[in-house]
Design a binder for this molecule. Structure first.
Ligand code: TZP
Ligand code: MG
Length: 234
């Protein structure tokens, strides 16, 4: 595959699926079938996010998901759990502010792993850049049922401020996706309103608009088209 100047695999963040295993979103469907459909539809990266299951279930599910994502050349990251990522040999992890530190995750996973960090504030974003995170997940853009009690709902204005400051502080090349309430109806507006002259989003992270879609393959296809085409605001 393609590698960057450091010899690290290049990651396409444009349509970033974050999974959810809760009944409200997954319903009685099989997470593996939903993720396969999303991969067929064109999601470019997948994060397995499951806050409730025991370690055994996490490893079993992550291993099944990794077999699927590999078929589509899509990187699989694990939310919070470096141990699960190591156990299944997937491409990396996504860690929040209350999880293992970036540097500890990096030491455990090695230089080739993808390590992403959640940032809700400017300080958190700049710190994650300085630490060397591969990418930032910035949000919550819009309040969402998927993650209640989020610390900060920042809106597209807050998102743009963070992108502006990143480039002003020399972190314009740190990949960045936004998350929180993004769907096919607001995606192009979010990209348009948050784009700083100096720093663009590298993609959008989505849970419910894909995981709860009647047809996750068709929905992913539609979302990918919207990410990749200029805004139209129909
Ligand atoms: N972090 C901030 S918002 C969120 C996470 C994991 C959930 C986003 O879910 P949805 O369904 O795309 O709004
Ligand atoms: Mg976390």
């Amino acid at each position: 595959g393609l590698v960057d100047s450091m010899g690290k695999p290049t990651v396409d963040y444009s349509l970033y699926l974050v999974t959810d295993s809760t009944p409200a979103i997954l319903g009685d469907r099989d997470i593996c079938e939903v993720v396969r459909a999303a991969c067929k539809g064109g999601v470019t990266i997948v994060q397995y996010r499951d806050k409730k299951s025991d370690t055994g279930v996490l490893i079993d599910t992550a291993s099944k998901l990794h077999a699927i994502t590999k078929e589509y050349n899509v990187p699989l990251l694990i939310n919070d759990r470096v141990d699960v990522a190591l156990a299944v040999g997937c491409e990396g992890v996504h860690i929040g502010q209350d999880d293992i530190s970036y540097s500890a995750a990096r030491r455990l996973l090695g230089p080739d792993a993808v390590v992403g960090v959640t940032a809700s504030t400017l300080d958190e974003a700049l710190r994650a850049c300085e630490d060397g995170a591969d990418y930032l997940g910035v949000g919550t853009v819009f309040a969402t049922q998927t993650k209640k009690n989020t610390k900060h709902v920042i809106g597209t204005a807050g998102l743009r401020e963070i992108l502006d400051a990143m480039s002003a502080k020399g972190h314009g090349s740190t990949s960045t996706v936004c998350i929180g309430g993004i769907n096919a109806s607001n995606l192009q507006r979010v990209i348009f309103q948050s784009t700083a002259p100096s720093k663009k989003l590298d993609g959008v992270a989505i849970v419910s608009a894909i995981m709860a879609a009647e047809d996750p393959e068709i929905e992913s296809k539609k979302l990918l088209q919207l990410v990749r085409s200029p805004p139209s605001f129909r």
